[in-house]
Design a protein around this ligand. Structure first.
Ligand SMILES: [Zn+2]
Ligand SMILES: [Zn+2]
Length: 355
């Protein structure tokens, strides 16, 4: 079997033959159905983000179980996996024993390992989606996926959609709230669609890219604001006297975040998701936070429960929004380098890798 190995940003991705893995107890091997290429994969490939290498990238993976160990691994709802099951799974592999796992933060397990971010050496080499087969390890939260949902719609569920589900869990009440979503990449678009489920007063999406704002309307945005990255704080369109009850940031721009937090109304929840790379510190007015009972919460990755919510959301409502169309083009694994070049040059929301 073949997998695409990334060494460093100055070398092309290498297709390498690996022995087909044999699953042990609580493990399974899945055949790749579709792996969508996340922005973080592109950041690694272009050298903006450093991962231990050699590695097999790709973590937004949909697969079909081909072999299972004995005993078979269980899904998070407790059913044993069977050959032929169509599955997605958590990007994090957690021990289930440490304090963090026991306190409900398994994504921050003290010995966490991750799909698509693992050194591709030894028995656990096959943990990335740019591969014909992936070995699912003990400690992975697995969820079965209906055969009726298109692969393009569901493949990003274990990254974008599950993270959005975690952000909404933290934001708590959405009904009759004014929601501000910063960033109209796949997470922001998904958040707009997700917000429509809860009957908010308004869903405002902001981004610097006007095409993405047009898309945001198709995902449920009731208003959009185009941000100009060159504007200073005083003239930012966000700073025009509006206020919000729920502010969800998926862009990770410190300047925009600073503007947005200043618009938090009484009892507002501000959820930071996008700041996953080193970014400048921001100023927060502590008096406003105190008098307005504002909460600011960071969210990174998600729990198994968030993943289940995300899968259910796309199974039930995925066809109401153009999720399917967000995968601009699909490439076979053999054309991985062309696929990456295409993604870097044309910047679609996602591209897909198939067998
Ligand atoms: Zn991702
Ligand atoms: Zn743990």
């Amino acid at each position: 079997m073949k997998a695409a190995v990334f060494n460093n940003s100055s070398e092309p991705i290498e297709l390498i033959e690996f022995p087909t893995p044999i699953p042990e107890a609580n493990e399974a091997v899945v055949n790749l159905e579709l792996c969508t290429v996340c922005g973080s994969d592109l950041h690694t490939i272009s050298g903006k983000r450093i991962e231990p290498t050699p590695t097999i990238l790709g973590h937004e993976i949909l697969g079909v179980v081909s072999t299972i160990g004995s005993p078979a691994p269980k899904t998070i709802s407790g059913t044993s996996l069977k050959v032929g099951d169509r599955v997605t799974w958590s990007t994090c592999i957690s021990c289930g024993e440490c304090n963090r796992c026991k306190s409900g933060l398994s994504q921050k397990c003290l010995s966490v390992e991750k799909y698509g971010h693992n050194v591709a050496i030894g028995r656990n080499a096959l943990r990335g989606g740019f591969s014909e087969k992936i070995l699912l390890s003990k400690g992975t939260s697995i969820v079965k996926v209906s055969s009726e949902v298109p692969a393009e719609t569901i493949a990003p569920v274990n990254c974008a959609t599950a993270t959005v589900a975690a952000a909404f869990r933290v934001a708590q009440e959405i009904s009759e709230k004014r929601v501000l979503i910063i960033g109209a990449g796949l997470l922001g678009l998904t958040a707009a669609a997700f917000a429509t489920m809860y009957n908010p007063t308004s869903i405002t999406v902001c981004d610097i890219n006007p095409q993405r704002l047009e898309l945001a309307k198709e995902f449920g945005a009731t208003q959009t604001i185009q941000l100009d990255p060159k504007l200073d704080d005083e003239s930012s369109p966000l700073g025009s006297g509006r206020t919000y009850d729920v502010i969800l940031d998926f862009a990770g721009s410190s300047a925009t975040l600073e503007d947005a937090i200043a618009l938090a109304d009484v009892s507002a929840k501000v959820v930071l998701v996008g700041s996953v790379m080193k970014s400048p510190p921001i100023k927060v007015d502590p008096e406003r936070m105190v008098r307005n009972w504002v909460s600011i919460h960071g969210v990174h990755n998600y729990t198994p429960g968030d993943l289940a919510v995300a899968v259910e959301f796309l199974e039930k409502h995925g066809d109401r929004f153009p999720f399917f169309a967000m995968v601009g083009k699909k490439f076979p694994l053999d054309e991985i380098q062309q696929a990456i070049d295409f993604a870097l040059q044309t910047k679609p929301i996602r591209i897909g890798i198939t067998q």
